[in-house]
Write a protein that binds this ligand. Structure first.
Ligand SMILES: Nc1ncnc2c1ncn2[C@@H]1O[C@H](COP(=O)(O)OP(=O)(O)O)[C@@H](O)[C@H]1O
Ligand SMILES: [Mg+2]
Length: 368
């Protein structure tokens, strides 16, 4: 289509895109300058989606609220001081000492989800980089440049907006060296590359025909991982020094180094928080109260066919227990619900209206 377009039209489209980008940019900058949510505001909004993980929500809400408030102030000052400068210069001058965050905890307990929800509430671009796909040998698969491209895509192709986003480094523990031997020495190279990115690099990214310059100086990084056996590393150290107490509150950079992380990289993640294993009650509440609950979504879907779906409390518990058994945290809930309801969702619409009550026996039968 595009190459059959007239020159005038092509020019017009490019012009509009540029204007739109500029508008999107001024909107984003304005939005960040006006950002005034307190950590408590942010946490309260997060509570609508994320069940439990009080400490995680608190720490993340604080880190994110401070980061964007600080960035907003810096942008404002730079804009007021520098008449006639372009935004790149202003962004370059804005100083924001970043405090990147490290989330440690079991799988499916809400680490990625909390970060994603928080980014959405602040209204900034968010990308997840899966570090298991990164390798050092010439960076087969993915490399840190791909993170920049993803960020750029999430920002509608606008490199300046991309610089104000959040990058979630998923499974950051999988690039550890030695101790856990996920990957021995090769992890070190990946960690070095990551360190550069986290410290803030200026980079050129190719997007289609365009070459765009962007920097990660203001990007907030959140690393997340299970860090299997990190608890033992901390406890052993505590024992050696005759200390006791919950390991979560005593975690030091030193322990992460023993685990196999590079000291410098971990130094860039000074804010750390551990996530808890979700309890049966948490899982039930995710089904009944989270605004993203898959059960509430199914209920609304069936309602559109005049079917009133109800789960008894025992049935909810049975679903939660199944998820716990499968050890995938809340991640397994969608699949379990689908196993329970899939057949009915196929058969009932058009055949049945009224109340559909799912009890414990029905859940067990479907999951058998
Ligand atoms: N605490 C929670 N509250 C509500 N939903 C959750 C919670 N934890 C996980 N979930 C749900 O499970 C999914 C997977 O969680 P995720 O955050 O990706 O896990 P991980 O801790 O492994 O990063 C989320 O997308 C969300 O739907
Ligand atoms: Mg995750």
């Amino acid at each position: 289509m595009f190459d059959r377009m007239s020159e005038t039209n092509r020019g017009r489209i490019i012009e509009r895109l540029a204007a739109w980008r500029q508008k999107q940019l001024t909107d984003t900058i304005q939005h960040i300058i006006n950002f005034a949510k307190t950590p408590r505001d942010l946490k309260q909004e997060m509570d609508r989606f994320i069940i439990g993980q009080e400490q995680g929500k608190k720490v993340l809400a604080t880190a994110i609220a401070f980061h964007y408030r600080r960035l907003g102030q810096a942008l404002q000052e730079a804009l007021l001081a520098g008449q006639g400068q372009d935004l790149d210069q202003i962004l370059r001058q804005a100083r924001t000492p970043k405090a990147n965050v490290l989330l440690i905890g079991p799988t499916g307990c809400g680490k990625t989800y909390t970060a994603e929800v928080a980014a959405g509430l602040v209204g900034v671009p968010f990308v997840v980089a899966d570090l298991t796909k990164f390798s050092e040998t010439g960076y087969v698969g993915q490399n840190t440049g791909d993170i920049l491209v993803d960020l750029l895509v999430a920002s509608g192709g606008n490199p300046q907006i991309a610089q104000l986003g959040i990058v979630y480094l998923d499974e950051i523990d999988k690039i550890a060296t030695e101790a856990t031997a996920y990957r021995d020495v090769s992890g070190r190279g990946v960690q070095k590359g990551l360190l550069k990115l986290v410290e803030g690099v200026e980079n050129t990214v190719e997007l289609g025909q365009e070459r765009l310059a962007m920097s990660t100086r203001h990007v907030l990084f959140i690393g997340g991982g299970v860090f299997d056996r990190l608890d033992q590393i901390v406890e052993q150290r505590l024992k050696r020094h005759g200390f006791a107490g919950p390991w979560q509150q005593q975690l030091l950079t030193e322990d992460l180094v023993v685990f196999g992380m590079e000291r410098q990289l971990m130094g860039r993640f000074p804010v750390r928080v551990t996530y808890d294993l979700l309890t049966t009650q948490n899982l039930v509440e995710i089904l009944t109260h989270s605004e993203d609950s898959p059960l509430l979504a199914y209920t609304a879907d069936l309602k559109a066919w005049d079917i009133d779906l109800k789960f008894t409390p025992e049935a909810l518990r049975a679903v939660a227990l199944k998820a716990q058994q499968e050890r995938t945290g809340a991640r397994g809930l969608v699949n379990i619900l689908h196993r329970v309801l899939g057949e009915d969702m196929f058969r009932l619409p058009g055949n049945f209206t009224g109340s559909l009550v799912v009890d414990e026996a029905y859940v067990r039968w479907r999951l058998a």
